[in-house]
Design a protein around this ligand. Structure first.
Ligand SMILES: [Zn+2]
Length: 229
């Protein structure tokens, strides 16, 4: 028995059959797939701050990003941002980049090609129409994906799929998915939207910046390091 497909998806994954039904949906992408990154190889003393969903809209966070000139990346989900797009337009105007985190925040792994593509391309279109941007970075909700996700993302113009090595928890401490339990240059830090977090987004970020300063690390701009073909 031959292993014919790159295997990170379920064995009966939708990618295997998506091309067999002409007319049932878009033909799957057959070009190169975007890399999946959870850290960036660099000798620069930088880490990357990535915020998910867009649930918390604290005006003080805009002030912090502006005052500290933080080149943060915001992975936005349309159904979460809802009527809050003005907040993110302001964040963009002070230096944040806006990236893709799907329309509705489903767990993509195992979904058919057409459905995954609709979630990703649909949010590309939303972000283009709201902000005039064409995101090149995509973060799958919950960090779960399969080969079909990578094909769909490439089809939608995504150049890199961004996971994370460290998470800034709602109470302000860091946890790690693997590797050493301290920050290293090149680490991508995810800041999920907490439900009623004990610290606001601004407080958590300010605390993290203190920790970065102690370690001699600065915040880098993720798009400068990933997503270039
Ligand atoms: Zn999310």
């Amino acid at each position: 028995m031959l292993a014919v497909l790159v295997g990170c998806g379920p064995s009966d994954g939708p990618g295997d059959g998506a091309g067999r039904s002409p007319g049932a949906g878009p033909a799957p992408w057959t070009g190169p797939l975007p890399p999946v990154v959870d850290r960036v190889p660099t000798r620069d003393a930088v880490v990357f701050l990535t915020y998910d969903d867009g649930a918390e809209r604290d005006p003080r966070f805009i002030d912090l990003v502006r005052e500290r000139r933080l080149p943060v990346s915001l992975f936005l989900t349309d159904s979460v941002v809802g009527p809050g797009y003005a907040h993110f337009a302001r964040l963009r105007s002070v230096g944040a980049s806006l990236q893709n985190h799907t329309l509705d925040h489903p767990a993509l792994r195992g979904l058919p090609y057409a459905g995954q593509r609709a979630e990703i391309c649909g949010q590309q279109r939303k972000l283009a129409s709201r902000f005039g941007v064409r995101p090149r970075l995509f973060r799958p909700p919950y960090g779960t994906y399969d080969t079909t996700t990578l094909r769909a993302a490439a089809d939608c113009g995504i150049a890199a799929v961004v996971l994370w090595r460290a998470t800034l928890e709602p109470d302000g401490h860091l946890t790690y998915t693997d590797g050493p339990h301290h920050l290293n240059p090149g680490d991508i830090i995810a800041v999920p939207s907490g439900e009623a977090p004990s610290l606001t987004l601004t407080e958590r970020t300010a605390r993290l910046l203190d920790e970065l300063a102690e370690r001699g690390l600065e915040v880098g701009r993720l798009e400068d390091h990933v997503g270039h073909r």
